[in-house]
Each structure stands twice: as C-alpha cells, then as structure tokens.
Design a protein around this ligand. Sequence first.
Ligand SMILES: [Zn+2]
Ligand SMILES: [Zn+2]
Length: 91
Amino acid sequence: MEFGGGGRDAGASSAAVRSLRSLSDANQRKFAAPCGACEGKGTYACRLCRGSATIEWSPLYDPVFVNPCLCPTCDGTRVQRCLNCLGKGYA
Ligand SMILES: [Zn+2]
Ligand SMILES: [Zn+2]
C-alpha cells in the first residue's frame, strides 16, 4: 500500500530499519541514543490538542457552535506515544 506523497520518507525510514536490524540486539542497545523527538521519555505532549486533552471541533465550521471534544489522538491522556522511537525512548 502506498502512502500518498510520503514515498521518499518511507524509503528512508525502511533503510534505517534495515541498518538497525543488521546490528545485534546487544549492540543496538549499547549504541542506542535517547530519542531526540521525545528526549528519551517515549511520549511527548499531544500535538493535536497541545496538552489540553480536548479539541475544539465545529461540525459546521461555525464559531458559535464549537464543541470541546475528547482528543482522538491521545484519548484525553494529553500525551501521545512518540512516533520516532515508538515509545521505546531511544532510537
Ligand atoms: Zn491530544
Ligand atoms: Zn521518541
């Protein structure tokens, strides 16, 4: 399945995965650096709701009827799993 417009990024990341898999698990852990995207925590503040746990959603694009909705990205936890390290904390 193709991701529209993301062809180059997908190719680059799969190449990185291949080079990581060529290392043993021990070496991978030894040389793993803390993930730069989440600073090694494995999660970061939700980018959709920016940590507010809700998003303002208006079905009619009418500023009078804006409903605060539970953020679908973080389910109200205000953090989302780091997509760079997949929650492991190191890349
Ligand atoms: Zn959120
Ligand atoms: Zn990370």
